[in-house]
Design a protein around this ligand. Structure first.
Ligand code: ADP
Ligand SMILES: O=c1ccn([C@@H]2O[C@H](COP(=O)(O)O)[C@@H](O)[C@H]2O)c(=O)[nH]1
Length: 212
């Protein structure tokens, strides 16, 4: 019997909009099936050749900060049911970690990240495109709390980065990708109706004869 083509779901949205929460809610439903999460953040360009000080100067909210060529290559491999070695990103050191995660072929691929809908070649690989839409005042509050707790930042550094890079890049590159979304989800992972709709749609695609 011919192998089925995996389903690719793209989940975009601003920093701290709730992409990971939506991803986890969908992941939990398919956890016993076969599902993988591909974080676009893990595909930030390797910066091990730069000093720590130089890495602080990188604009992490610009499309050019990502190694989308590698990301696209990996999604295409998974679509052909071939394994990949997914990079791991270290937010404290601002570069790729030494280790990789071996990922076997799966039925459901969830691709999440601030700019996953920005690249046309990446978009073309997606069956379903979501944009998690959360007001910027909520996102900055969440970001201050998260980055201090989990990413080794200070309040001042989070605010400075927000004003110089996160906010302007959001307005320039992330917010406009909303137009590519099939569904715009307010309330992130708390939006049970949207999650249920997504799960139903993914199941429908999985049940169709979508062969390679
Ligand atoms: N509905 C919510 N209410 C309160 N905090 C939330 C909610 N959704 C997400 N958060 C918190 O905000 C931060 C970012 O959420 P996350 O889902 O990781 O967003 P993203 O992946 O878009 O950056 C996390 O610390 C998370 O716990
Ligand atoms: O070294 C880094 C890499 C990324 N960032 C910030 O991360 C967010 C994207 O992650 P979310 O989980 O979607 O918030 C992006 O806005 C970058 O500014 C960083 O600060 N340092």
């Amino acid at each position: 019997m011919a192998a089925k083509r995996p389903v690719v779901i793209g989940i975009a949205g601003g920093s701290c909009s709730g992409k990971t929460s939506v991803t986890n809610a969908i992941y939990d439903v398919f956890r016993d099936h076969s599902v993988v999460v591909i974080e676009q953040d893990f595909y930030y360009k390797d910066q091990s050749h730069l000093t720590f000080e130089e890495r602080l100067g990188t604009n992490y909210d610009h499309p050019l900060a990502f190694d989308n060529d590698l990301l696209i290559e990996h999604i295409k491999k998974l679509l052909l049911r071939q394994p990949i070695n997914k990079p791991v990103y270290d937010y404290v050191q601002h570069t790729r970690a030494q280790e990789v995660i071996h990922v076997e072929p799966v039925d459901v691929i969830i691709l999440e990240g601030i700019l996953v809908l920005e690249d046309a070649d990446l978009r073309d690989l997606m069956d379903i495109k979501l944009f998690v839409d959360t007001d910027s005042d909520i996102r900055i509050i969440r970001r201050i709390m998260r980055d201090i707790k989990e990413r080794g930042r200070t309040t001042d550094s989070v605010i400075e980065q927000y004003l110089t890079a996160v906010r302007p890049m959001h307005n320039l590159f992330i917010e406009p990708t909303k137009r590519y979304a099939d569904i715009i989800i307010p309330e992130g992972g708390d939006n049970e109706v949207a999650i249920d709709l997504m799960v139903t749609k993914i199941k429908t695609i999985l049940e169709t004869d979508n062969v390679l």
